[in-house]
Design a protein around this ligand. Sequence first.
Ligand code: COA
Length: 182
Amino acid sequence: MKSEVIVLQNIPDQIDFEDMSAINFTALSEFESLRVLDYRNHSTIRKWMHHSKIIDPTEHFRFVARLEDDVHNSYWVVRQRGSHNDLGVIYLNNVTDSNADFGIYVNPYQNARGIGTRLARFELHIAFEILKLDELNLTVFTENQRAIKFYGKLGFVENQNTDGQLQMSLSSKLYFSRQNVA
Ligand SMILES: CC(C)(COP(=O)(O)OP(=O)(O)OC[C@H]1O[C@@H](n2cnc3c(N)ncnc32)[C@H](O)[C@@H]1OP(=O)(O)O)[C@@H](O)C(=O)NCCC(=O)NCCS
């Protein structure tokens, strides 16, 4: 039994970490939300998503509205703190009191390297240090070698590999042991 359980709906709309802020999709203005939709619909992002079709604004706003009451799924746009410079999007799906599915994409209009790593560090902080989850899981297309290499560097270990999809996971134990040697 965990001493203090922080659940998704108790997390504030804005979370700060290092030099970044994460803003929940449900707290974005319509304009900001459409900007995020543009990232998600970009060909270099959606081709790696499990639902790879273009999402129209009506569907997007319906999705964001449903997130308001959703205690198992959260999406955040991450910005350079104090600016409108969107670095990318992080999300946790199927959140329980012990695990969640990890999701991430970098703003396709950013071209510096290292942004994914910064976003991921933020998301791991939310998952393991705020929500105190035990494990994160993800499924990635085996063709997405860039992402697989990226997840490997973060400490995710490869599990099952079936039908062109690789399952990977990272335990809190491994996360904290890596923090101690960093
Ligand atoms: C996957 C993703 C989040 C990685 O973010 P990123 O900003 O490109 O990654 P970083 O620059 O922080 O790089 C971290 C590591 O990833 C790997 N990597 C990054 N770019 C790479 C490239 N072009 N080719 C091969 N490996 C690459 C490297 O191991 C790199 O470490 P290094 O710089 O020390 O060599 C980003 O590319 C992305 O949003 N991709 C599209 C969406 C997506 O695929 N999401 C995952 C779906 S499961």
